[in-house]
Write a protein that binds this ligand. Structure first.
Ligand code: XMP
Length: 324
């Protein structure tokens, strides 16, 4: 039957057999999926891999600080951080369609990995490893960013199922048969800290799919602040770990409000919180009104450019968890 220790042993054995002595790059995001994948790689192939974290400018508030402390604690995982914020933001100029945004972010990621793999910093990389999980595969309809012809694509997650041929590198997804709750059990078994294990998932395209329509640096900054307030208050109320995913969404519509004696005509922030086991279905969370009141007050008072906050009460299906 399903036991973390058996699954760990099986994955290590498979990775070792597949990769052999080849050198490997792991696309590392700092989330539970890539942390578990990194530790499994370590057990399977020792030091023969490097973890590459790309700062795409679409990350949450304190993501880089969290990464630095993780890096210090897990020095043996050999984590490298590439700062590529400008590159992603310029590639996203004028892109409004959600799937198109995913493709642009996925494409830029691949370009960055290609440059890194061919640089003098690393030699002879044969594999790109990703912490893809089962729901990513299902929702992508086993489509790749480079393959437009697959049916049932709900959202095409990064490079799931394939890499462009010109890259001359193989893709390995060691935990793609597991669901998030299973990955968490494995993470605990591998000794990962609770804050990593129970961190809410964050999509590969990051805030690009939490800003409706075109992504702008100004919107990213507003959303980052709103999200930080929401998450901070959830933690203060001990609600964060009781919820499976919570985040703020930026709505690029102006709404009238008042500030002092003046009229304020600014943006709208939506709050989303869901309960789910496998992320394939989800129920919106009935957060206490006084809690929502506090978060909303903080957001409109602390963020100049926001005049209104709304709460999303849609479950999945028919709504998806992310707004895009
Ligand atoms: P949806 O919005 O499809 O989300 O109900 C289900 C889970 O998947 C995450 N998600 C993504 N993760 N790349 C990712 O790596 C993506 O493009 C993507 N889209 C959604 C979402 O955050 C939720 O946990």
């Amino acid at each position: 039957f399903w036991k973390p220790s058996n699954i760990i042993k099986d994955i290590i054995k498979t990775v070792r057999a597949v990769v052999g002595r080849d050198r490997v790059v792991l696309a590392f995001s700092g989330g539970i999926d890539s942390c578990v994948t990194a530790l499994l790689l370590k057990y399977a192939i020792g030091n023969n891999f490097v973890c590459v974290f790309v700062n795409n400018g679409l990350l949450c508030y304190d993501e880089i600080e969290k990464l630095s402390s993780f890096k210090k604690k897990y020095q043996y995982l050999n984590i490298v951080c590439l700062s590529e914020e400008k590159r992603f933001l310029s590639a996203l100029v004028g892109v409004v369609d959600p799937e198109e945004k995913r493709k642009v972010v996925g494409r830029v990621f691949i370009e960055i990995f290609e440059t890194y793999i061919n640089s003098d910093k690393v030699k002879n990389i044969k594999w790109l490893v990703q912490g893809t999980v089962c729901s990513d595969v299902i929702e992508s309809g086993i489509s790749a960013v480079y393959n437009n012809s697959t049916p049932n694509v709900i959202k095409s997650h990064h490079n799931v199922g394939g890499l462009p041929d010109y890259l001359n590198i193989k893709l390995l997804e060691p935990i793609k048969t597991l669901f998030k709750d299973e990955v968490r059990k494995i993470g605990l078994r591998l000794g990962l800290p609770q804050d990593v294990v129970y961190k809410h998932p964050f999509p590969g395209p990051g805030m690009a799919v939490r800003i409706l329509g075109e992504v702008k640096e100004e919107y990213c900054n507003i959303l980052r602040q709103a999200d930080q307030i929401f998450i901070e208050e959830l933690r203060n109320r001990n609600l964060y770990t009781k919820i499976n995913q919570a985040f703020a969404v930026f709505l690029p519509i102006s709404s009238v409000g008042v500030q002092g004696d003046n009229r304020k005509y600014k943006w709208v922030i939506a709050l989303r919180a869901v309960e789910t086991i496998d992320f394939m279905t989800a129920k919106w969370v009935n957060l206490p009104y006084d809690f929502l009141d506090k978060v909303s007050n903080r957001i409109v008072n602390e963020i100049q450019d926001v005049s209104r906050v709304v709460y999303d009460i849609s479950s999945k299906p028919p709504a998806t968890i992310e707004w895009e």
